[in-house]
Design a protein around this ligand. Structure first.
Ligand code: SF4
Length: 199
């Protein structure tokens, strides 16, 4: 039975992206070498600082929750093999959702893939193509061009979202509103969990 490093796990409401407002069980895996300077979970970066859990135990957390969907996030979850975990979650009849920068090869079986590409470690083209949702964090004016560039690498059904980096949200949100009015294929993702003060 394999183990995975977990920083935290909790049942909450998905705060951002297409599934905003949906109850979801979150498992935040530890380990990330992407290095976003504005990262709000830097404590997840070093996997060695976090306890490893058996897949069975992780699945028991989910099984005890009424959550219809389980979001595997990080850190960068694709640094770990996720086939066994996602197979077990789906065997419970729950949806598997991935939040990734796409910097590593895909593993796992997914009902929804959210790719949030980062400038600091390029997304892999084959993972971008699997995205159901492309969510680009806007932290600098050049991030709009970055979003348009990666929007060309996703499949035609993929939803395109822009989300202001939280610490500068008031600065970037007006620009995002203008951009989405000019480029209506993009929509706005708000970090509603931060407004609601939930995890
Ligand atoms: Fe933080 Fe995510 Fe960037 Fe990793 S990819 S540094 S977890 S924001």
């Amino acid at each position: 039975m394999s183990k995975l490093p977990v920083m935290e796990h909790f049942y909450t409401i998905q705060g951002e992206g297409i599934y905003t407002g949906h109850a979801a069980y979150f498992i935040r895996l530890a380990g990330c070498d992407v290095g976003c300077h504005w990262c709000d979970v830097k404590e997840s970066w070093n996997a060695d600082e976090h306890r490893q859990y058996e897949i069975d135990e992780m699945v028991s957390w989910v099984a005890q929750s009424p959550a219809p969907m389980v979001v595997i996030t990080g850190g960068e979850p694709l640094m770990h093999p996720l086939d066994e975990l996602t197979r077990a979650i789906r065997a419970l009849g729950k949806r598997t959702h991935l939040e990734t920068s796409a910097a590593y090869p895909i593993s796992g079986t997914w009902d929804w893939v959210c790719v949030s590409p980062k400038k600091f470690k390029a997304p892999r083209p084959e993972v971008l193509l699997l995205a159901n949702e492309l969510k680009v964090v806007i932290n600098h004016p050049s991030d709009f061009e970055f979003a348009q560039h990666h929007a060309q690498g996703v499949n035609p059904q993929c939803k395109l979202l822009l989300q202001a980096e939280w610490s500068k949200e008031s600065v970037h949100l007006p620009k995002i509103i203008d951009f989405c009015k000019t480029n209506p294929q993009f929509t706005i993702s708000l970090q509603t969990h931060k407004y609601l003060n939930i995890p």
